[in-house]
Write a protein that binds this ligand. Structure first.
Ligand code: SF4
Ligand code: SF4
Length: 138
């Protein structure tokens, strides 16, 4: 069993960005959203809603398959992918191959920002929208 970050209750999201800031502060050492591994997008309309883009922890990740240099590989620690920075050529193929549009890009460092499935974002969500799920790996 391994733990994976998951969206538990999308409807409860109020768009406060606490999760995004927490990720950026923790792993990017930046107070902002630029280095966060997830995003919240707001959609206006009659009722409006928030879309939460966070790594799905695919078993056979498209981002790793799309990487021409082997910089991204499925994580041996659990879900998600590991990045070997020195192998990355900044082509962006990984980001464009992610069907859930969850893999983020660090414009400053010209590197993808893979989710570590650490759960920090979930611990900062005041509404229980995100959580860590124990999932059996195939
Ligand atoms: S940007 Fe880097 S990690 Fe992403 S596919 Fe290209 S070489 Fe691989
Ligand atoms: S699980 Fe960790 S690395 Fe992934 S989005 Fe949340 S805080 Fe960032």
């Amino acid at each position: 069993m391994a733990k994976r970050i998951s969206v538990l209750d999308r409807e409860r999201c109020m768009g406060c960005y606490s999760c995004v800031y927490a990720c950026s502060r923790t792993w990017g050492r930046v107070a902002g959203i630029e280095k966060a591994a997830l995003r919240i997008k707001s959609y206006s309309g009659a009722e409006g809603f928030f879309s939460i883009r966070v790594c799905s922890g695919c078993e056979d990740p498209d981002c790793a398959k799309a990487c021409p240099t082997g910089a991204l590989r499925p994580s041996k620690r659990g879900f998600g992918v590991d990045l070997e920075k020195k192998l990355c050529n900044a082509c962006g193929s990984c980001v464009s191959s992610c069907i859930s549009m969850a893999l983020q890009w660090d414009e400053e460092d010209k590197l993808p920002v893979p989710c570590r499935h650490c759960g920090v974002c979930a611990s900062f969500c005041p509404r229980g929208v995100l959580g860590m799920e124990e999932v059996e790996r195939a």
